[in-house]
Design a protein. Structure first.
Ligand SMILES: Cc1cc2nc3c(=O)[nH]c(=O)nc-3n(C[C@H](O)[C@H](O)[C@H](O)COP(=O)(O)OP(=O)(O)OC[C@H]3O[C@@H](n4cnc5c(N)ncnc54)[C@H](O)[C@@H]3O)c2cc1C
Length: 358
């Protein structure tokens, strides 16, 4: 049985390893644009030079799992075609291409490996006192601005977004602002209209000077599913059934950021259980057993504010926030452990998660 996994992020790597462990007859091929596993949750560290986000895929995948370096151009009837003209046949496919970015012209996007590398180079070339503007008030933007301020205290760092940390409780939001303030990050609550050379134009009519402007908004998914004729939501995420299979083709599982799973938030905390569940479902079907519907509940959100501070926001299983949050050094240590556990989970295919709300 030939299984092709498209995309070697959290969901894809865990799925490939778990299928390899559970379905001995499976010949598994992972297709990914580069021979490395990129820990996207560490891209802000890669940008700031405080951490490394890439690990060779060979050290992440079980023995026997093949890697084909390339970009899938189209998923056809039992075959994927690659942009280098090659193709790979499949009986089952796991679509795990994650999410991507749609940056404003004049900015460098930190949410992809290529963008993060470009941002790292640009940042390294900035002299003392230069201004870095991070666009995006969500957790990616906050982590990026904080990490740069921590790693390069000689620069002036600013974060711009209509609201900062909108997904957190009021108390945690305040704490994030205090943490940013401690790191010297200027907070501008406004929307960005456009980027002019050396300047960020804001919707309110004002503008701010900027030597390097980073785009830290994860706003879209690759159009591979739509291009391949799979049913997708308006935002391009593939529509799946309760077992995470494409409603257009039951041979195709869709997991991670690119899957339209009701109630799911784009996160590695979501991608890992989905990758595991797809592998378990495939194994069950191979053994002639009934598949079980996917169910997953959240426990919270975690963000780093540099290497010595962070915030852990508690949530209910349905991902609505509770009032409780933890901040400071302990939160920072826990956040680091979460990142390590996510990578460990993908590599070993062992990952535990809560069932979703009733
Ligand atoms: C700076 C930053 C910080 C973050 N922090 C957190 C955090 O603290 N906690 C959290 O839960 N989430 C966090 N996230 C979000 C998290 O990283 C993503 O939700 C997660 O990576 C999604 O996993 P995935 O497996 O679906 O996709 P990805 O990890 O994005 O992997 C997708 C893979 O598919 C590949 N691919 C894409 N198109 C193709 C194609 N056509 N053919 C072949 N391969 C393809 C990509 O190159 C990539 O390797 C953060 C994101 C960023 C950018």
């Amino acid at each position: 049985m030939r299984v092709v996994v498209v995309g070697a992020g959290y969901a894809g790597v865990l799925a490939a390893n778990r299928v390899a462990g559970k379905v001995k007859a499976a010949e598994i091929t992972v297709v990914n644009p580069r021979p490395e596993f990129v820990e996207r949750v560490r891209l802000h560290e890669q940008v700031a030079g405080t951490g490394v986000a890439a690990t060779p895929l060979a050290s992440m995948l079980r023995e026997g799992v093949d890697v084909r370096v390339g970009v899938v151009d189209k998923i056809g009837d039992g075959q994927v075609t690659l942009d280098d003209g090659g193709s790979v046949d499949f009986d089952h496919l796991v679509l795990a291409v994650g999410s991507t970015v749609a940056p404003l012209p004049g900015t460098v996007a930190v949410g992809t490996w290529e963008g993060a590398e470009e941002a790292r180079g640009a940042l390294a070339g900035l002299a003392r006192g230069k201004v870095v503007t991070v666009i995006g008030g969500g957790l990616t933007g906050i982590e990026t601005a904080a990490e740069i301020a921590y790693g390069r205290p000689d620069l002036r760092v600013r974060i711009v977004g209509p609201t900062i940390a909108a997904s957190l409780s009021a108390g945690a939001r305040e704490r994030v602002r205090a943490g940013l303030d401690r790191l010297g990050v200027e907070v501008v609550e406004d929307s960005v209209e456009r980027i002019d050379p050396g300047e960020v134009r804001l919707r309110s009519g004002s503008s701010v000077a900027s030597d390097l402007t980073l785009w830290a908004v994860i706003g879209s998914v690759p159009d591979l599913a739509a291009r391949s004729g799979l049913e997708v939501e308006g935002d391009g995420r593939a529509v799946v059934d309760e077992y995470l299979r494409s409603v257009s083709d039951p041979r195709i599982f869709v997991v991670g950021d690119c899957a339209a799973v009701p109630g799911a938030r784009a996160a590695c905390a979501t991608a890992l259980p989905q990758g595991a569940h797809a592998a378990d479902t495939l194994a069950r079907v191979m053994q002639g057993r009934e598949p079980e519907p996917y169910s997953m509940g959240y426990v919270g959100q975690a963000l780093s504010l540099g290497r010595r501070d962070g915030v852990l926001q508690a949530s209910r299983r349905d991902d609505t926030v509770r009032r409780f949050y933890l901040a400071g050094r302990t939160a920072s240590v826990v956040k680091e452990r979460i990142c390590r556990y996510a990578k460990y989970g993908a590599r070993t295919a062992t990952y535990a998660w809560l069932r979703g709300p009733k």
